[in-house]
Write a protein that binds this ligand. Structure first.
Ligand code: ADP
Length: 710
């Protein structure tokens, strides 16, 4: 198979080239000063750490045994005291001082390194979140939310660990190796050969380890994906799992995935178990060899080919410094672990980033209703101007002005296919689910959409909200193609009451004003002028909206009224109550166009009446599209569009449609209980239409073959 069993995320992730260097280019550059400060402080702290062994060695020779001069690397001899007592005091001072310097610079390094790492992580996380919000619905249709969560959480944290620990530990390792080797060579290059002989072996051992462990990390990553998918499926489909009694099946899936994760992780750890002690053994051998050769040297003079003299002080310096090797070397496997994780995380971060954002404002996009909003006419004003509309009778002859939008909607030869893998390849589209749909709705009209499930009713309206872009044709609002206006102004002009209402964790009031006055409590701007209104006035409008939505009564009976917390950590509301909150939300939004997805789930008659009354009020002066599940809704509509298999097959008023005696009349008959099921001819017709399309597609692809016609 080609690109496309994988989702867009994976495809773009696999295309990311050299992710870590890209991370430094795109995020590290602006914070580079923190990195530089951190690195410099780290180097100073480590170099200061080398001072005590050196000073101790010098003091032993010059002060205690009197076998050598008091000299220090780099420092001119003229600056150093010549007298024993003073030399001792200076040594003590240097040793004290070096520990203080190490402490102070380790502190500076900690602050700077953490600032660098956390600032980068913060930027990565917020950018990834923004990018995720810009992506269109095609991305979310693929249910990639689990992966996005993992980018925002785990991946950002992995990067933080890498940028903080791994970078600084490798810097420390570098400084220690170079610094210690330098000091050793400076004092006795011959004994240094013995001590440092282990280094090439360590490098070879490390290279072997990295090569051996890399494929195991790749394998581990792939099972992490499986594990996440298994967990996410089981969680998001918990209702299905319970009702179909598949708990044990799901448990097995998770267990399998978790077990392979365990196995892959163990295979990495097994290598680690060899590598870590291996490195410690090599460092220990270096230490033992230095001690053996140096000790022999002190007793018997230079062994074998060596010729230089070795003092006790130098010997002590060697032994102490060789000891210091061990700790940073033991970090190497951690550094590699953090590096591997960061690389994978970085690929995911940029994989998400690289998914093209397709539904965006054009450079010259205009504000829908901009003429009226123009100078000073803000969205907020309109609400106050026509605040009465929400509960008005809407019998007005002139179309109401909702923020300058009157709500004339026109579909012109609209065709649409869900982009199956369009994120990857825009040409790769699925079968068309809407074909050549044309109609016009005048401001204030109510248009009912009728048709069997899967006919394309919801899709038709998603296009109006520009959750997707049409494949062919055009949709316009007030004469403007929806692609030519800003997405923000378009969506704020279209209200949507879904079948199943999403409520956020928060109070009732917050949920009602969500979208319009989302952030009043913070007193800050909302990106628009909305937040300027004073909190009290907004509260009143929330109550007004709730009244118009027939929700005020039940809200008032809740323990804390409008401040009652709902959602995950609050009270649970019934379907009918939730829907009325959704209606209140739209009343407050006051859009020129309204989309209603009539609920199929049954509510009691009284609730239904309340909902119906509030919807009628809401729809009164707006262009309204209703996905009608009850044909009784159609009788109230100005016109109905009957969709079948993506095409408008009939249109007109309820009476016209009944008279036409077509699909609508049959659907009506089924619902009214007059006939039992759709007559065979309709089913047959739908089937034929499918065949016709298959033929047409095959022809346009010039690969007609007999199979298609079967
Ligand atoms: P209706 O609202 O009339 O029941 P829809 O507009 O939901 O119909 O669906 C029309 C067709 O589009 C159906 O064949 C459905 O399977 C398909 N469809 C709906 N949503 C998606 C989606 N997100 N991705 C791919 N196909 C979809």
């Amino acid at each position: 198979m080609s690109a496309d069993d994988r989702n867009a995320f994976e495809v773009y992730r696999d295309r990311v080239d050299r992710p870590l260097s890209r991370l430094f280019r795109e995020y590290g550059a602006s914070e580079a000063h923190w990195l530089v400060i951190g690195m410099v402080a780290n180097v100073i702290a480590r170099v200061a750490g080398l001072i005590p062994p050196v000073v101790l060695g010098v003091a032993i020779d010059a002060v205690f045994t009197g076998t050598g001069p008091y000299t220090l690397p780099i420092v001119p001899d003229a600056w150093l005291p010549t007298e024993g007592d003073a030399q001792f005091r200076l040594s003590v001072l240097l040793i004290f001082g070096s520990f203080i310097v190490t402490g102070v610079f380790t502190y500076i390094y900690g602050i700077a390194a953490n600032n660098f790492a956390h600032r980068v992580m913060h930027a990565v996380r917020t950018d990834s979140f923004d990018q995720m919000q810009r992506l269109d619905m095609t991305f979310f249709d693929d249910k990639q939310t689990g992966e996005v969560m993992s980018v925002l959480n785990n991946d950002a944290s992995n990067l933080e660990v890498f940028l903080d620990n791994a970078l600084q530990n490798s810097a420390r390792l570098g400084v220690m190796l170079v610094g210690i080797a330098g000091v050793l060579v400076y004092y006795n290059h011959e004994l240094a050969i013995v001590t440092l002989a282990a280094i090439p072996l360590m490098v070879l051992f490390t290279l072997w380890f990295m090569r051996a462990v890399e494929p195991r990390y790749v394998a581990q990553r792939s099972v992490v994906g499986d594990l996440n998918t298994a967990l996410e499926n089981a969680l998001s489909g918990v209702e299905l799992v319970k009702t179909s009694n598949t708990e044990s099946h799901e448990s097995e899936r998770v267990e399998d995935a978790s077990f392979s994760y365990f196995q892959r992780t163990m295979s990495i750890l097994r290598l680690n178990y060899v590598y870590r002690p291996g490195m410690e053994l090599l460092a220990g051998l270096a230490f033992a060899a230095t001690f053996a050769v140096g000790g022999f040297w002190l007793e018997n003079g230079p062994p074998g080919p060596f010729t230089t003299e070795l003092t006790v002080g130098t010997f002590v310096t060697f032994v102490l410094l060789t000891q210091q090797f061990v700790a940073p070397l033991a970090e190497v496997s951690n550094i590699i672990d953090q590096y591997e994780n960061a690389k994978a995380s970085c690929e995911r971060v940029f994989g998400l980033r690289d998914i093209p954002v397709r539904i965006e404002d054009d450079d010259d996009a205009i504000e829908l209703g901009g003429d009226a909003r123009g100078d000073g006419g803000t969205r907020d004003d309109r609400g106050t101007d026509d605040g009465g509309d929400a509960s008005g009778d809407g019998s007005g002859e002139t179309p109401a002005d909702h923020g300058g939008v009157v709500g004339a909607v026109e579909y012109d030869d609209v065709s649409f296919a869900y982009p199956e893998n369009a994120l990857v390849d825009p040409e790769d589209a699925d079968e068309e689910v809407l074909r050549d749909v044309s109609f016009a709705a005048d401001p204030g009209d109510t248009v009912a959409l009728v048709g069997p499930t899967g006919a394309g009713k919801s899709t038709l309206l998603k296009l109006l909200l520009r959750l997707y872009d049409v494949t062919d044709g055009a949709i316009s609002v007030d004469g403007h193609d929806v692609r030519d206006v800003t997405v923000e102004s378009l969506r704020s002009s279209v209200g949507y009451v879904a079948q199943d209402t999403t409520l956020f964790d928060g109070t009732i009031a917050e949920n009602i004003r969500y979208g319009r006055f989302t952030r009043i409590n913070e007193g800050g701007g909302d990106g628009g002028d909305d937040a300027r209104g004073d909190a009290e006035a907004i509260r009143e409008r929330v109550v007004e909206a709730a009244k118009a939505a027939e929700a005020h009564e039940f809200i008032s009976s809740l323990p804390n009224g409008y401040e009652t917390r709902i959602g995950e950590r609050g009270v649970k509301l019934s379907g009918g109550q939730r829907q009325r909150l959704a209606i209140a939300r739209v009343v407050l939004q006051d859009p020129a166009i309204l989309i209603l997805d009539e609920a199929t789930s049954a509510v009691d008659t009284e609730t239904e009446m309340l909902i119906q009354r509030s919807l009628d009020r809401l729809a009164a002066d707006r262009t309204t599209f209703v996905i009608a599940h009850r044909l009784s809704t159609v009788t109230d509509a100005d016109t109905a569009l009957v969709l079948e298999d993506g095409e408008v097959v009939e249109r007109g008023t309820h009476d016209d449609l009944l008279a036409e005696d077509g699909l609508y009349a049959k659907l009506w008959g089924v619902q009214a209980g007059e006939i039992d099921e759709l007559p065979e001819e309709f089913v047959e017709r739908a089937r034929e239409r499918h065949v016709d399309r298959a033929v047409e597609r095959a022809t346009t692809e010039s690969e007609v073959d007999s199979e298609t016609l079967d």
